[in-house]
Design a protein around this ligand. Structure first.
Ligand code: NAD
Length: 416
């Protein structure tokens, strides 16, 4: 999960430093913003199906709660590291501030390989994780959610464990739950939908007609497959290339994203989709398309391939797909980048809506979720674009400047 050469937390700190310099913030505030507020290291003991007890290492990091209770997902991954969790908790802080929801940033993780664990083992690990952090989370304190390799079912177990310890039903402690137990309508495609709203705004700014604009998407999981479906449904785009771990497919006439999804469900991959040519994961990033959407991994656009990117818009649905060197090249080449913590903020925004619905015990129609999400994403995009044009900085630095100034202002007002 952590690239050997690049430490994600160092990158997060460098990005923060640059925006702090541009904003001219006080060194005292800068120091507080550079490090997490609280870090919990956990050992979770789980009885495995063979009767043996296994120890798992876990983390929960609460980066900053100046603007409200902490918010961020829990990852179950064999290569989880504390620096990845730190970086992601910082990015959550900037993300919630950028979309202007009254929450702070956090992240959690457990070093484990869920693919080799049974349902029962995963349930005991999920419940064990909550027992370890029970005292430090809660609807008014820190609200976890699903992330890499954690699912709505695991959120249901975690919410149940927390509620048992509290002695009453507490749906507001965790988001990303199944709809039947307090999940929000519209959470499933929220990340991609939010990203597509920002692509619409970017196209408007660039005067690019999205009708039949060509799209290439790396990754065909939750974010990537919905991005394909919604770019066609909402913007009238033509999805010409998609990929997953096994490789990619290309058809200049475009695909039906639903049929590609059916094919992937049936065969386990997008490859060998009827009528499509194969393409590598490297080539997909360099295709001559209008919109490129990395929706899989971090660090895929680097200084090596950035000069070859031909897309006019890069919509970063994945977290951290572009290295800092590549960013500079893309900016100089006038590629319009919608940075990750703006582009993929739709998920946390609908998570926030879920929490609001849980606290008020009143549930919204799907249409209301979509309308409110559109408003939040469009506002965040416009705030970022204004900062980008005013400060003559790229969209990523602009997004940092908007977000960091909001967190810093909250800290100052609170007298930190
Ligand atoms: P997912 O597991 O559902 O899908 C990931 C996809 O990427 C799969 O299709 C997989 O085959 C593909 N993939 C993995 N390695 C690849 C490789 N080397 N080359 C090409 N494809 C590869 O995950 P997701 O939820 O869609 O998340 C994707 C990205 O979006 C991650 O960076 C995640 O952090 C980010 N993100 C997701 C959400 C969300 O709500 N799902 C929210 C914010 C950010």
């Amino acid at each position: 999960m952590q690239n050997k050469r690049l430490n994600p937390f160092k990158i997060a700190q460098a990005q923060l430093d640059e925006s702090v310099k541009k904003l001219g913030l006080a060194p005292r505030i800068h120091r507080l913003l550079r490090k997490p507020m609280r870090e919990y290291r956990l050992t979770i003991l789980v009885k495995m199906d063979n009767g043996r007890i296994k120890r798992f290492k876990g983390f929960r990091i609460q980066y900053n709660d100046a603007r409200g209770p902490c918010k961020g997902g829990i990852r179950f991954h064999p290569e989880e590291t504390i620096d990845t969790v730190r970086a992601l908790s910082a990015w959550m802080t900037w993300k919630t501030a950028l979309v202007d929801i009254p929450l702070g940033g956090a992240k959690g993780g457990v070093i484990c390989n869920p693919k080799t664990m049974s349902g029962g083992e995963l349930e005991r690990l999920s419940r064990g994780y909550i027992r370890k952090i029970f005292k430090y989370i809660g609807p008014e304190r820190d609200i976890p959610a699903p992330d890499v390799y954690t699912t709505p079912q695991m959120m249901a177990w975690m919410m149940d464990e927390y509620s048992k310890l509290k002695g009453y039903y507490c749906p507001g402690v965790i988001t990303g739950k199944p709809v039947e137990i307090g999940g929000s309508l519209g959470r499933g495609d929220a990340t991609a939908r939010g990203g597509i709203y920002t692509v619409r705004e970017a196209a408007r700014h660039l005067r690019l007609n999205t009708k039949n604009a060509t799209v290439a998407i790396q990754g065909y999981g939750n974010a990537g497959s919905y991005a394909a479906i919604l770019s066609r449904e909402i913007l009238g785009c033509k999805v010409v290339a998609v990929s997953d771990t096994k490789g990619g497919i290309y058809n200049p006439d475009g695909f039906d994203p639903h049929s590609v999804l059916q094919h992937k469900k049936k065969t386990g991959s997008v490859i060998n989709f009827p009528g499509a040519k194969s393409i590598t994961n490297k080539d997909i990033l360099e295709l001559d398309v209008d919109i490129l959407c990395p929706a899989a991994l971090e660090y895929v656009i680097t200084k090596q391939n950035a000069p070859k990117v031909k897309a006019k818009i890069i919509a970063e649905l994945a977290n951290g797909p572009t290295t800092p060197d590549a960013d500079k090249i893309l900016y100089n080449n006038k590629v319009f980048v919608i940075p990750d913590f703006l582009c993929n903020a739709g998920g946390v925004t609908v998570s926030y809506f879920e929490w609001v619905q849980n606290l008020s015990n009143f549930y919204w129609e799907l249409e209301e979720v979509h309308q409110r999400l559109d408003k939040k994403m469009t506002r965040a995009f416009k705030d970022t674009l204004n900062m980008c044009l005013k400060g003559k900085v790229n969209m990523r630095v602009a997004a940092y400047m908007v977000a960091v100034s909001r967190v810093a202002r909250a800290m100052e007002l609170r007298g930190w």
